[in-house]
Design a protein around this ligand. Structure first.
Ligand code: SF4
Ligand code: SF4
Length: 377
């Protein structure tokens, strides 16, 4: 029901609005990672655009500058920028890039030749007060950059309004996931992706929230009938690298499982916690964003807390970890996640390391089907 056609309609609406916004002189700010507060961009009157790419089409072009042995997310994103074939990248006036993994940081150095870019210097840990103070100072620099770009003063009032708006969006997305906390899940993971997708351009958020709420109502109404069709499917938690490409999600749901929750960036990792609406807005944003459970942070204890909560609340029967090739951060952390899931939570775990090509689809299908069969038995 909430298939690609549903998403296409959403994208068309958003696309038209975004192009009109740009034609009227609005500024667009590109972001790649989950540490840049989009509230601040919106409070400046600019439009945030999410740029991470998930197609292998532009990877051969990217490999003219980048090593082959690099994460496909980085290569795909850079390839789209290099070939100017991404409408989102095309519309961007400035990129706010987070200094997360080494591959991304070094790619951003090359990207600077194509678009203006500011690299947010991210602390390596979120667990000390020094890190927080450092991140607050960095966000103040970002605020000045945005004010200069849009020739606007970002007031505390404007920040507070956007914090409330984005919290509303987070609450709506969290409610979509929570549809799957009951004994019988109500929505497929693939549908969740289509329902919560921000379609690149983040504009008309109020409308987007209403669309998500309307999807929730429809899902609740179809409850019982849908439930009987998924009742005996193994309930899977998908974790790991961002699901910029749906290959593994498709393998699980085509193979007879149901992805009831996703912990990846864009999923519960980023929407689970709200921004505190009752403290100084820059401090509140700094706290929320710095606590992102990204494996580029060391240690990354928060990720294990999130995994534990999801496993308990969503009655998870198996965890599938997606890691993109050459993603050292996630691939190394996968060892600890495996031990945590199997030893502490006592449920099966499967790691799939892959890229954006279709070359290994058959092999992934066989491994996922065997995993699902094992859970059923
Ligand atoms: S996991 Fe970290 S590096 Fe990867 S997209 Fe999220 S914030 Fe960025
Ligand atoms: S998937 Fe891994 S290597 Fe790729 S951008 Fe994210 S953290 Fe970096």
């Amino acid at each position: 029901m909430f298939d690609k056609n549903y998403l296409r309609n959403i994208e068309e609406h958003v696309f038209k609005k975004a192009i009109r916004f740009k034609e009227d002189g609005g500024k667009a700010v590109g972001v790649y990672c989950a540490f840049t507060p989009k509230e601040m961009i919106a409070a400046a009157g600019a439009m945030p655009i999410t740029l991470c790419a998930g197609s292998d089409k532009t990877i051969p072009d990217a490999e003219k500058h980048l090593p082959r042995n690099l994460c496909p997310l980085i290569k795909s994103s850079y390839g789209f920028a290099l070939t100017d074939t991404c409408p989102f990248f095309h519309e961007v006036d400035i990129i706010l890039a987070d200094a997360t993994c080494d591959g991304k940081k070094k790619m951003f150095e090359l990207l600077k030749d194509i678009k203006p870019l500011y690299l947010l210097q991210l602390p390596q840990t979120s667990e000390t007060d020094e890190s927080l103070q450092y991140w607050i100072a960095e966000l103040c620099r970002v605020k000045s950059i945005l004010e200069e770009l849009t020739e606007t003063v970002i007031t505390d009032l404007a920040l507070s309004e956007k914090i409330k708006l984005y919290n509303g969006l987070r609450k709506a997305v969290n409610t979509v996931f929570e549809l799957n906390t009951g004994k019988i899940p109500l929505v497929y993971g693939r549908e969740i992706c289509n329902i919560i997708s921000m379609s690149g351009f983040e504009i008309d958020i109020e409308w987007r929230i209403e669309e998500i709420k309307s999807a929730i109502r429809i899902i609740r109404q179809r409850g019982g009938q849908f439930g009987s069709s998924v009742n005996d499917k193994p309930r899977i938690l998908l974790t790991g690298c961002p699901t910029t490409n749906q290959k593994v999600l498709d393998a699980i749901e085509d193979g007879g499982g149901i992805v009831v929750a996703m912990e990846n960036c864009g999923g519960l990792k980023t929407t689970g916690d709200l921004v505190n609406e009752n403290e100084d807005p820059v401090t509140a944003l700094a706290k929320k964003y710095l606590s992102t459970a990204c494996p580029c942070m060391s240690p990354n204890a928060k990720r294990f807390e999130i995994l534990k909560n999801i496993i308990e609340n969503y009655h998870i029967e198996g965890v599938v970890e997606l890691t993109w090739h050459a993603c050292h951060a996630y691939n190394v952390e996968a060892y600890s996640v495996n031990r945590f899931v199997t030893d502490t939570c006592r449920i099966p775990y499967l790691q799939i390391e892959t890229d954006y090509s279709k070359n290994d689809s058959g092999q992934i299908k066989v491994r996922v089907e065997a995993f699902l069969e094992m859970i059923k038995n």
